[in-house]
Design a protein around this ligand. Structure first.
Ligand SMILES: NC(=O)c1ccc[n+]([C@@H]2O[C@H](COP(=O)([O-])OP(=O)(O)OC[C@H]3O[C@@H](n4cnc5c(N)ncnc54)[C@H](O)[C@@H]3O)[C@@H](O)[C@H]2O)c1
Length: 362
């Protein structure tokens, strides 16, 4: 069993293991009602969670929601509130979110908003949710006007990453989640790069010890970053806080939006990381070899390494509108070397365009 500790405003642990769900009943605390929020295709997992959470003194309410992004809407949020109201949920009761990042984002926001905040346990079932969405305290929903526009910081009481739950995850989702793992490898953790380079196939095998180590390291990376900057204070000089998590995301978010979210998040971020590496080569002196390492490691995981579908002008417009853009200047997390990040602020339009053209070459 690996435990990663988040030492934030409300410290909590992430339990990572095959069979970690067994820990759940010990975490129910004083709650007399538990709501399990889950996407319909994961009904069986939700049933098991309900069995572990319930007891003679704890009643369980199961709240099924649509799978994926379709759950992160004001309508579904309101339907969850109605279910809690009907069950008489009080401030000492508990919400458990079971599913991918979309479901844990929604369930976390239900917990953040119900009676101004009740306890929350996250049970992520995708690689992306284990290493990113369910850890770090951000919760929220989408609006027709944009993704994640409404939300709150609400830290979980605990996160249970049971690796057995990944057994049914489609391979494309595994690859997409690993993009966030390799991000940690590029900006901080040399060992992640080594683990992937020496055996890409076992890195992708969710039953392998190597995969478990990759998940643990990526969660540890996020814990280290978030524990020192939960609310994303502006990065100052070489001190990059939570913004470090955005490596590859400035262009990645723009590509995702241009593709109307038909591309998986990790696929867009993979392209964004190659773009950020190319930008870093021009502006921060990152070596050609390090840029090649980006293409290699992203490629061996079966993630895309080249892209040219969207006209640059449209992506440039979307990058300018990203909610993470502060003021008018575009900001990119860059690298001076592998594991040595630095910010790139307001790069010239010419350099941006040239790097995008390079992204079209395989
Ligand atoms: N809060 C944060 O800090 C944060 C960070 C990153 C991403 N996110 C959010 O996370 C979401 C993306 O998360 P995701 O990639 O996990 O997507 P997702 O929740 O949409 O899940 C992807 C798909 O996998 C299915 N699925 C989930 N677990 C499964 C399993 N064990 N077996 C089979 N199928 C399974 C889901 O039903 C869905 O169809 C986005 O909404 C994004 O905004 C949040």
């Amino acid at each position: 069993m690996s435990t990663v500790r988040f030492t934030t405003e409300h410290p909590y642990s992430v339990e990572i293991d095959s069979g970690a769900l067994d820990k759940l009943s010990a975490l129910i605390g004083d709650a007399s009602r538990v709501a399990v929020i889950y996407p319909d295709p994961l009904a069986e997992v939700a049933l098991e969670v309900a069995r572990l959470a319930g007891s003679a003194t704890v009643s369980v309410l199961s709240v099924g929601v649509p799978e994926g992004e379709a759950a992160k809407t004001p309508e579904i949020l309101a339907s969850c509130w109605s279910a809690l109201a009907a069950a008489g949920f009080t401030r000492s009761d508990l919400i458990i979110g079971v599913g991918g990042g979309a479901t844990t984002d929604l369930a976390g926001f239900v917990a953040a908003s119900w009676l101004r905040g009740v306890s929350f346990i996250s049970v992520p079932t995708t690689v992306l949710a284990m290493v990113d969405a369910s850890v770090g305290g951000k919760t929220g929903i989408d609006l027709p006007e944009g993704k994640n526009l409404v939300g709150a910081f609400h830290e979980p009481n605990a996160v249970i990453a049971d690796l057995n739950l990944l057994a049914t995850l489609p391979e494309r989702e595994v690859r997409s989640g690993l993009a966030e793992v390799i991000k940690a490898g590029f900006v901080r953790d040399d060992r992640i790069r080594e683990l992937i380079a020496t055996s890409p196939s076992s890195s992708l095998d969710v039953t392998s010890a190597r995969h478990a180590e990759l998940i643990r390291r990526a969660v540890q990376f996020k814990a280290d970053v978030v524990s020192s900057d939960l609310r994303e204070a502006t990065s100052v000089g070489d001190r990059i806080g939570r913004e470090l998590l955005n490596y590859g995301h400035t262009l990645g978010h723009a590509i995702e939006a241009w593709e109307h979210y038909r591309m998986r998040h990790g696929e867009a971020v993979a392209l964004g990381m190659i773009f950020a590496a190319q930008l870093s080569r021009r502006l921060l002196g990152l070596s050609d070899e390090a840029v090649a390492t980006h293409r290699e490691l992203i490629g061996v995981l079966g993630l895309p390494t080249s892209y040219q579908r969207a006209p640059f002008g449209e992506l440039r417009g979307l990058m300018g509108r990203d909610k993470k853009t502060r003021g008018r200047a575009l900001r990119f997390v860059g690298l001076r070397n592998l594991s040595d990040p630095a910010m790139i602020v307001a790069p010239s339009e010419r350099v941006l365009e040239e790097c995008y053209a390079e992204l079209g070459r395989d």
